[in-house]
Design a protein around this ligand. Structure first.
Ligand SMILES: Nc1ncnc2c1ncn2[C@@H]1O[C@H](COP(=O)(O)OP(=O)(O)OP(=O)(O)O)[C@@H](O)[C@H]1O
Length: 261
């Protein structure tokens, strides 16, 4: 989608990432590289570790081993000269503010208008003046096709509209990276397209994105790079025409046959 992005600088680099819950090893040495402007789609069956990987990139989970760097900054640590220090809460909040996340469930504040849902982060986390945050929020809501819904409350919106508010909310922080965790799987089928259209537009504009989805046509048409995970490891990765068009691994073939059936 992003054309020359393959030559872009590395924005996310994970090396040998490990994570376990009790005796369950969820990530067993995962490497991931995302370049600026790239759209990377993570595919894999339920339990493969995709969400956990996203949550490690976004500070929602701490990895047990390995490293992740976002824009040259190690997640969980701050570099001071050549010394690593554990981040303080404030630093973590700042790092997270630069990474937008859109979840399967939209997690909007029900008692706040659409506009207030979008301005909340910039006003409270970043200290952006409300007037400025509101002007930008209106612009973003216009972009996701909800310019006429600013004063509406979330429960008056369809699932697709709520997810588009959630995307505008993630963009309001002016993130350098957007993470999507199955953004369309809670939607009625007829509403999936409107959310994918917004995501496709963002990809065209050069937003760097990691997307966990089972929407194979989105992966085929929009992704620059597809990563197929199973059992906490990356089984196969490459451009969509390779991983989706001509998968090399039996597990990838079986997965694709199942989701496209
Ligand atoms: N907080 C947690 N505590 C215990 N186990 C967890 C926790 N989070 C995830 N798991 C387990 O880790 C495994 C991987 O989960 P993860 O959500 O990363 O997989 P996934 O590939 O995203 O699958 P899904 O599509 O179902 O979300 C699953 O077996 C899940 O039950």
């Amino acid at each position: 989608m992003s054309g020359g992005a393959a030559q872009g600088e590395v924005l996310v680099r994970a090396r040998g990432l490990r994570k376990h819950y009790g005796s369950l090893e969820v990530l067993r040495g995962v490497d991931l590289t995302v370049r600026r402007g790239q759209v990377v789609v993570l595919l894999g069956a339920s339990g493969a570790g995709k969400s956990t990987l996203l949550r490690c990139v976004n500070h929602l989970e701490a990895a047990d081993g390995g490293e992740i760097w976002v824009d040259g900054v190690p997640i969980g640590f701050r570099l001071d000269g050549d010394r690593l220090h554990e981040l303080r809460e404030k630093d973590v909040a700042r790092q997270r503010a630069e990474i937008g996340m859109v979840f399967q469930r939209f997690n909007l504040f029900p008692h706040r208008t659409v506009l207030a849902n979008v301005t909340e982060g910039p006003v409270q986390v970043r200290g952006v003046p409300r007037r400025e945050a509101e002007a930008y929020a209106r612009e973003l809501l216009e972009r996701v096709g909800l310019g006429d819904k600013v004063d509406t409350y979330p429960d008056r919106l369809s699932g697709g509209q709520q997810q588009r508010v959630a995307i505008a909310r993630a963009l309001a922080m002016r993130p350098k990276l957007l993470l999507f965790d199955e953004p369309t799987s809670a939607l009625d089928p007829e509403l999936v397209g409107e959310v994918l259209a917004v995501m496709t537009e963002l990809a065209r504009e050069g937003m760097t994105m990691i997307v966990v989805t089972h929407e194979i046509s989105f992966a085929r048409e929009v992704a620059d790079h597809v990563v197929f995970m199973a059992g906490g490891v990356v089984v196969e990765e490459g451009p969509p025409e390779q991983v989706i068009g001509a998968p090399q691994h039996e597990r990838t073939r079986a997965f694709l046959a199942r989701v496209t059936a």
